[in-house]
Design a protein around this ligand. Sequence first.
Ligand SMILES: C[S@@+](CC[C@H](N)C(=O)[O-])C[C@H]1O[C@@H](n2cnc3c(N)ncnc32)[C@H](O)[C@@H]1O
Length: 269
Amino acid sequence: MTARDVSFHALRFGRSAALYETRARIQARMADALVDLWGQRPAPGRVLEFGCGTGLLTDRLSRRFFKASVLATDASLGMLEAAMLQLHRPGYLDFSEQDAEGSAPPAIAVAARAPYDLIAAGALVQWFPDLGRHLRFASSLTAPGGHYLVSGFARRNFPELNALLSEPPFSYTRFPGHDPDAVEKAAAASGWNVLAFLDWEEKEVLPSPRHVLRMLQDLGSVRDPREGGRMNRANLEFLLREYGNRFAEGDGVRLTWRPWAALLEKASA
Ligand SMILES: C[S@@+](CC[C@H](N)C(=O)[O-])C[C@H]1O[C@@H](n2cnc3c(N)ncnc32)[C@H](O)[C@@H]1O
């Protein structure tokens, strides 16, 4: 991912901070799944979180590991501000700007506390086409034997929307996300053992295709228009119409989510 992509997504997420948590039901369940994956392991001392957003996972991590020092980071200042306004744990929880994709160096505040016993990232890595690069970056900040609690969305997330977007007049060829086999392969190649992996599917019915797009916008899940495809007014109307025709269900239209959550352990060198 280039600096251009990062600033696009950070900007989008910054704009959606106020609405994000009202919409982020799946992301909240992903955060619960991550904390559950930790099981009965001893609590970590130092925790680094990437892409903390408004703090859904941060809150759960700092409650579960209440004696740990948690550094929550995000590339979007808007999201960091939203998290800082909600979460106050002086002496235990700090915040810092950090691009987690893996091409930028660690911020001074992040490097100063490394190595970390636990890295965590909820619903972030689907934006990183080069997952291996991100995982190597995470590994470089992790103590030997340390862990990474990471969740994301499969490449096959939103099959309804992606089916339409892959056809003319859009003809998108790049879709965010990583399917389970791609995650396992990238982890193994980047020095992580997969200790636990969960993936699941959730279907929801929304009143109309416009509600689908509005919800994705409120979640900041909007693709960079410069990646190609043609989303002008006429094509948008076409998309809404086709979505309604092809994916009608009950009193509305279907949207299928495919999240995953994993517990990784840094492999010994
Ligand atoms: C879907 S939100 C998830 C937020 C939170 N982790 C949660 O579980 O609700 C993704 C977050 O990743 C951040 N983000 C996007 N690209 C990033 C990057 N390259 N580096 C760090 N954070 C990034 C966004 O600003 C946003 O806050």
